[in-house]
Design a protein around this ligand. Structure first.
Ligand SMILES: *[C@@H]1O[C@H](CO)[C@@H](O)[C@H](O)[C@H]1NC(C)=O
Length: 420
């Protein structure tokens, strides 16, 4: 009992004293001051402008302000620096929110984590980074969450397919990298993928390889079935594939002089059985599938520090967007999963509801306006119709489609006439 109390006591103590470290946090809550923290790259002269805004709809006009891409078909390149650190022996949590309020067609929504020695004014697509993480959308086919790790100078894409959100609302993206070489990806504070670095990326050479010495024995029979040699083709098997139609009759007005000799049209022969093949039987000599024996790969050596990055010091946005309008906000880099979850709850978690509501109200308003406009147009059309025939009244909701169908019908009819 005493031990138990002690245990409880120390657990409580531990929880109180395990301090989370926040390496970087950016919420854009101090007006224009972000401009002193974020450095635009000058590698190209025509990077797109990022502006501070909460967008067309939001949960809170102030706290939802973030960096928005504001010019179509541009590259964007900006970054912010923090006190360099190593994630050795600790979890690394990278988190931020992305809102594609423009109905994005093609563009990146990811961040890159760089070593501290990055030259920020010269950051560009080929600048070496440690980690790339976040959503990427292009057309209908690419809608994924990138998780790219740099290992020994080479970038490695995750082998799993993680779907990203493609609606217009704000979403929270979290990457957790653990010192036990496991990872987790969360969207909106819910796990969408997890696993081990070694299994889900091709970082190390394979542990096992096929034994180059081993060879399949020449007499290895891996045919499960063979043709039955005692089987023979039935005498009456061969029939023509097509035969003259027995029901066809020579037309009465057939003129042999003019039309040549009449021949009935050919039809598929119902008795045709195709090519004859002998029956398949179990192969008495079948030995099963030959399995190539494996050996330990001499090239492989375990690495318990794949997850480790030294001197992490810059977070950057380096991306391309066709249709601009994406808002990035609530960046957080920490060593504590719970802190990140809490921060997500306090930011995205608080404003997502009101944001959705505002968006729905706007959509509803737009829908009503459209409806009004259509009604006005319909009334105009109806008045036209009334002149021609006022007998048939259409049901209200169907007017538009009916109208379209009518005019299409007219088109179809007038077309051949035109050609005549
Ligand atoms: C975050 O919010 C979710 C949903 O309300 C809750 O279940 C969870 O405990 C919260 N997490 C933290 C760390 O506060």
């Amino acid at each position: 009992m005493r031990n138990f109390v002690l245990l409880i006591f120390s657990v409580v103590l531990l929880t109180c004293f395990v301090e989370a470290t926040v390496y970087f946090k950016e919420q854009f809550l101090d007006g224009d001051a972000w401009k002193s923290r974020w450095v635009n790259s000058e590698h190209k002269s025509d990077y797109g402008q990022l502006k501070l805004t909460s967008g067309n709809f939001y949960g809170d006009a102030e706290t939802d302000k973030g960096l928005q891409t504001s010019q179509d078909a541009r590259f964007y390149a900006t970054s912010a620096r923090f006190e360099p650190f190593s994630n050795e022996g600790k979890s690394l949590v990278i988190q931020f929110t992305v809102k594609h309020e423009q109905k994005i067609d093609c563009g990146g929504g990811y961040i890159k984590l760089f070593p501290a020695d990055l030259d920020q004014t010269n950051m560009h697509g080929d600048s070496q980074y440690y980690i790339m993480f976040g959503p990427d959308i292009c057309g209908y086919s690419t809608k994924k969450v990138h998780v790219i790790f740099n290992y020994k100078g080479k970038n490695h894409l995750i082998k799993k397919d993680i779907k990203c959100k493609d609606d217009e609302l704000t979403h929270l993206y979290t990457l957790i990298l653990n010192p036990d070489q496991t990872y987790e990806v969360k969207i909106d504070n819910e796990k969408v993928e997890s696993g081990s670095l070694e299994e889900d990326w091709d970082l190390l050479p394979p542990k096992k390889i096929k034994d180059p010495e081993a060879k399949k024995p020449e007499d290895w029979d891996d045919r499960a079935k063979i043709a039955d040699e005692t089987d023979t083709k039935p005498e009456d098997w061969d029939k023509p594939e097509n035969i003259p139609d027995p029901d066809a009759k020579k037309p009465e007005d057939w003129d042999e002089d003019m039309d040549g000799e009449w021949e009935p049209p050919m039809i598929p022969n119902p008795e045709y059985k195709g090519e004859w093949k002998p029956k398949q039987i179990d192969n008495p000599n079948y030995k099963g599938v030959w399995v190539h024996p494996e050996i330990d790969n001499p090239e492989y050596s375990a690495d318990t520090q794949i997850y480790k990055y030294d001197n992490i010091g810059v977070l950057g946005l380096d991306l391309w967007q066709v249709k601009s309008g994406t808002i990035f906000d609530n960046f957080l880099i920490t060593d504590d999963v719970k802190t990140a979850e809490e921060f997500g709850n306090e930011t995205w978690g608080v404003t997502k509801g009101p944001e959705k509501k505002m968006k729905e109200e706007q959509d509803e308003k737009k829908r009503k306006e459209e409806e009004e406009k259509n009604k006005e147009q319909d009334t105009a059309v109806e008045e036209d119709d009334d002149d021609d025939d006022d007998d048939e009244e259409e049901e209200e909701g169907e007017e538009e489609t009916t109208e379209e169908a009518d005019s299409e019908g007219e088109d179809d009819e007038s077309h051949p006439k035109d050609e005549l």
